[in-house]
Ligand binder design. Structure first.
Ligand code: SAM
Length: 286
């Protein structure tokens, strides 16, 4: 197979298969030949490792992962891409394609069934319409995996990798920090894709933590507290928690005092440790 990342080869393959891009499925395919080898290398794909990919498209990243890892399992929702992938991945016998919605796949079962106890990495150029749901779905599944390396919109990458307690921090920053250590690896210009999206992208790596960095009495309550706090991020924490958690303002103020958190702080000023303290006090009080 001639080099897949060559734009003329990609156009030729797509036109032979009569393929048209679906905007709804976030189909922007990589055409910059330097991106996939770098991304695959940094994802941890290597001998002895199994890789899960989400959204292989025509297989540009899949090829690079298959060169490095023992086995790659790629989950693609668009069945029109199956015959394309059969052609583009024909030289590899270590790739399996699963035609499914990634948000419906039981990844714990997949890891158990497909990788014979190998260490597992996840690598994907994510469809942008489901960036946060996919990342949270993977993290909340508590997968026995080393790391999640994904291409996302540059703005989302900055938000996810922001320091909790900084201006760019968001509910997603805090949630990701509970499960993983996030690192921005490199930026990718909009012109690296066909069709070119309106915004630039970036590759991030989330190294999955063996144990969370804070201890909470209820994870569910922690995430409710975080979501409520950021739902009205311009309000003070006492106001946003009172309306988000449907609690009397006085009760919230008392809980914040017990947790030694300023009642006039804003969500973006708080660290994961602060949210854990608030959660544990609320858990005991209500
Ligand atoms: N990996 C390819 C590349 O880098 O050129 C394609 C990336 S493209 C941004 C996203 C891919 O995800 C598309 O192939 C799209 O069909 C697929 N996709 C969209 N929604 C999906 C879902 N819910 N589950 C699995 N794949 C999905």
């Amino acid at each position: 197979m001639e080099k897949l990342s060559n734009i003329n080869n990609i156009k030729n393959i797509l036109s032979r298969h009569g393929f048209t891009f679906s905007k709804a499925l976030g189909q922007n395919f990589l055409i910059n030949p330097s991106v996939c080898p770098r991304m695959a290398e940094l994802s941890g794909a290597r001998a002895g490792v199994g890789v899960i990919e989400i959204g292989p498209g025509i297989g540009v990243l899949t090829c690079e992962l298959a060169r490095l890892a023992d086995k790659v399992v790629s989950v693609e929702l668009d069945s029109r891409l199956l015959p394309v992938l059969e052609e583009t991945l024909s030289e590899f016998d270590n790739v399996k394609i699963i035609n499914e919605d990634a948000l419906k796949v039981d990844f714990n079962k997949l890891i158990e069934d497909e990788f014979d106890g190998r260490s597992v990495c996840i690598c994907a150029n994510l469809p942008y319409y489901i960036t946060s749901p996919v990342i949270m779905y993977l993290l909340e599944s508590k997968l026995n995996a080393e790391a999640i390396t994904v291409m996302v919109q540059k703005e989302a990458a900055q938000r996810i990798c922001a320091l909790p307690g900084s201006r760019q921090s968001s509910a997603l920053t805090l949630a990701v920090n509970y499960y993983a250590k996030a690192k921005l690896l490199f930026g990718v210009s909009a012109g690296s894709f066909m069709p070119a999206p309106k915004v630039d992208s970036a590759v991030i790596r989330l190294d999955i933590l063996k144990t969370p960095p804070v201890s909470v009495k209820s994870e569910e309550l922690l995430f409710r507290v975080i979501r409520s706090a950021f739902a009205q991020r311009r309000k003070t924490i006492s106001n946003s928690l009172s309306s988000g958690l449907k609690l009397e303002k006085a009760a919230v103020i008392s809980a914040l005092n017990d947790a030694l958190i300023s009642v006039s702080a804003r969500a973006e000023q708080l660290t994961l440790g602060d949210f854990a303290k608030i959660t544990n006090v609320l858990y005991d009080k209500f």
